[in-house]
Design a binder for this molecule. Structure first.
Ligand code: FES
Length: 109
């Protein structure tokens, strides 16, 4: 088991133990956190973006695979941002759930 430490936008924190191989969205759900997933994990929306604040040496998430890499590019070492719907946990880590702003649809005249 590994520990996922979530920091929410309001500053509150939650921790949960999960098995290696669990996706971040599943860990969040188990901790009572609803990460927005507009595309349902296709992935295409990037609404589920999180930021890794602390991880074990060598990384705490599996390497990005094709669809996630296409959406986010190859700059994780700079941004520390991942898609929660794609990221698979392999060790303990601390993440920040980023604020998702849903834009209101503009009314047509
Ligand atoms: S839920 Fe849309 S990219 Fe993750």
């Amino acid at each position: 088991m590994v520990v996922v430490h979530f920091i929410l936008e309001d500053g509150s924190e939650r921790k949960i133990e999960v098995s290696v191989g669990t996706k971040l969205t599943q860990a969040a759900y188990a901790a009572g956190i609803q990460i927005q997933q507009t595309c349902g994990g296709t992935p295409s929306c990037t609404d589920c973006m999180i930021k890794v604040l602390k991880e074990e040496e060598g990384g705490s998430l599996e390497e990005m695979q094709g669809p996630e890499k296409r959406l986010l590019g190859n700059v994780y070492h700079l941004t520390k941002e991942r898609l929660a719907c794609q990221a698979v946990i392999r060790n303990s880590l601390t993440i920040k759930v980023l604020k998702i702003e849903v834009k209101k649809r503009e009314e047509r005249e």
